[in-house]
Design a protein around this ligand. Structure first.
Ligand code: NIG
Ligand code: FE
Length: 425
């Protein structure tokens, strides 16, 4: 048998998340993390070829002097985090708005005064593709260092065709230049463009007539997302955009019920969206609609934390049978951290998810929220060797440590990209 390129041994606890590549985890299954004691994993050409109890794996695989052997020395090994909702690419930063919110202003007040998303739109229009790529490459490095191995990245700070395409091309360039898997989403409906203030329907016309077809023709995005919110896009406008995007072959995501309840989650379900995201203000009725659908409830507790809002009702969603994913929402305004360890801590402390539920939501269910659970999100034969060796003996150190100190080694497609907490160049 051909020797393997990578062999991970000495995993005191090997968290596989096995058995949920076809369908996301729900209910009690969310707590089943598929942990193997004294585990090992082997990969060839970036793909897992064997995984399980060490004595079995070692009896099956062949090594050569070229095989890279990683000894976890009794530590826990987990799948890399799949961060299925980020606004990775933008110009500028908004620390002054953070200070305003600390002093009592709300996100909506800042937005109404012309700040918020519009602030980033100005900076993003002014930035070159190269500048945005350089900024985002640093963020991607930081994400790898905190254990994230796959991210989604949205446009949405251009709001005109040229700048939206610039952002999406930046995302495409990142995919080529960085080991991270980056899944692109078109979010031209993030806010009504300043040129169309008070004429939102005309901006929606432009989105449907010009922007969506151009993005589709250039193959720059897999998903189309909309910010359905009071004062942004109405349910009716959301439906129009979704219908057009679906006809063009985009898969769908929705910023739903974040700051107010517009029954956005039900629109997501109605159009077969892959995920409905945020859900801070979701109604019971919408929870039941999600529970009976294949739409992922993607929760972003970092945003509630930064906006000082009540957390999403994750327990009610899990008990109702919703499939739940956790993501960062990394963006320059409502959540400037991408640290998935911290997100998991907030999910446990703020939303009462168990450490096991939170970890499943941040790995295999995140992969489902991106439609790529056949490739990432769990440690199973045939999937990418994307994994994290912790500095600790149990996955429970992740929520316990609030995003600090737990990531020792990160492997992306079988290649060591972080070693002893440092990037490998
Ligand atoms: O997911 N809700 C809309 N979009 C982002 C915030 C973007 C921003 O503030 O720049 C969010 O919270
Ligand atoms: Fe967002």
């Amino acid at each position: 048998m051909e020797p393997v390129d990578l062999l991970v041994v000495g995993a005191g606890q090997l968290v596989t998340m096995a058995g949920a590549s076809e369908r996301p985890k729900r209910g009690a299954d969310l707590r089943e993390i598929g942990a193997v004691a004294d585990g090992a994993l082997a990969a060839r050409d970036g793909v897992i070829v064997d995984v399980g109890p060490a004595h079995e794996v070692l009896a099956r695989v062949t090594t050569s002097p070229k095989t890279r052997v990683l000894d976890a020395r009794g530590a826990a090994v987990i799948p890399g985090f799949v961060d299925s909702h980020t606004h990775l690419v933008f110009g500028g930063s908004r620390e002054d708005e953070f200070a305003l919110r600390v002093a009592g202003a709300t996100y909506q007040e800042i937005m109404a005064a012309g700040g918020g998303i519009m602030n980033s739109v100005k900076a993003t229009r002014a930035a070159s593709q190269g500048e945005m790529v350089e900024q985002a490459l640093r963020e991607l490095d930081g994400m790898l260092l905190t254990g994230t191995t796959t991210v989604e990245a949205k446009s949405g700070y251009g709001l005109d065709l040229a700048t939206e395409l610039k952002q999406l091309r930046a995302i495409q360039e990142l995919q080529a230049r960085h080991p991270m898997d980056v899944v692109p989403t078109f979010l031209g409906a993030h806010e009504v463009a300043p040129e169309y203030r008070g004429r939102a329907d005309e901006y929606v016309d432009l989105l449907i007539r010009e922007m969506l077809p151009a993005v589709q023709a250039q193959g720059l995005a897999r998903y189309c997302d909309v910010f359905c919110e009071k004062g942004v896009f109405t349910p009716e406008q959301t439906r129009r955009i979704f219908a057009a995007a679906r006809d063009l072959g985009f898969a769908l995501k929705l910023h739903a019920d974040e700051l107010s309840d517009l029954s956005g989650a039900q629109i997501a379900v109605e159009y077969g969206a892959t995920s409905a995201d945020h859900l801070l203000c979701i109604s019971d009725e919408s929870i039941w609609a999600l529970a009976g659908s294949s739409t992922m409830a993607t929760l972003l507790p970092g945003t509630a934390f930064y906006l000082k809002m009540p957390y999403a009702r994750a327990r009610a969603m899990v008990e109702a049978g919703c499939a739940v994913a956790l993501a960062s929402d990394f963006n320059p305004g409502s959540c400037p951290t991408y640290n998935m360890g911290l997100v998991i801590t907030l999910a446990c402390l703020g939303m009462a998810l168990t450490p096991e539920e939170a970890l499943a939501a941040a790995t295999i269910n995140g992969a489902h929220a991106l439609g790529i659970a056949d490739r990432v999100g769990s440690l199973e034969v045939g999937k990418q060797a994307d994994l994290v060796i912790l500095n600790a003996s149990s996955h429970r150190h992740i929520p316990y440590r609030g995003g600090t100190g737990v990531v020792r080694t990160v492997v992306k497609r079988g290649v060591v990209v972080v070693e002893d907490g440092r990037l490998v160049r």
